[in-house]
Ligand binder design. Sequence first.
Ligand code: FMN
Length: 188
Amino acid sequence: MKVVAFNGSPRKDGNTFILINHVFRELEKEGIETELMQLSGREIRGCIACYKCFENKDQRCAVKNDVANECIEKMIQAEGMILGSPVYFADVTAEMKALIDRAGFVSMANGGMYKNKVGAIVVALRRSGAIHTLDTMSHFFPAGQMIIIGRGIGFGRDKGEVEKDEEGMQAVKALGQRMAWLLKKLYA
Ligand SMILES: Cc1cc2nc3c(=O)[nH]c(=O)nc-3n(C[C@H](O)[C@H](O)[C@H](O)COP(=O)(O)O)c2cc1C
């Protein structure tokens, strides 16, 4: 059993990374394999609306010169998925939005490629915009016929600051535990 997480932050190993790792820790305790894909430094652009994925129906994006298909491949192979983003102007980062549009549209073109996989969301932020950011990411999962297990939010601005948010750290720990519980019910 495997969970793959996508960190939409352009800041590698920052607060979103820390939150994801705390979810991972709980999953790993239950013997679930984890893999992290940080979009920082990787190229990913938005959907160009060519609709070739609807013609090809090959579970891949027709635009092959960035990291989108690598992400899609990892999503297909995992039983669980975490989308993580810092809040940028009360929403997800441009990198995360590009991933949602690309991987989500390919899934729709192929009749729901991520059906019955378990999805979770994490958000890091300094002060405001968490709910809107969660909402943006939450639209990805129903489009792929997935099950959303929950979300975790952590507050902090500078790298590592999120660890001082005790409630936030508890929330991601609980999220990992619930995700492991459901994955084991569905896939063990
Ligand atoms: C361009 C930009 C926009 C941001 N917008 C917001 C915002 O709207 N609300 C907020 O609370 N924090 C905002 N922040 C702060 C980040 O969400 C915060 O520093 C977060 O912990 C970064 O996570 P990371 O280390 O994973 O990148 C912004 C930061 C940047 C660089």
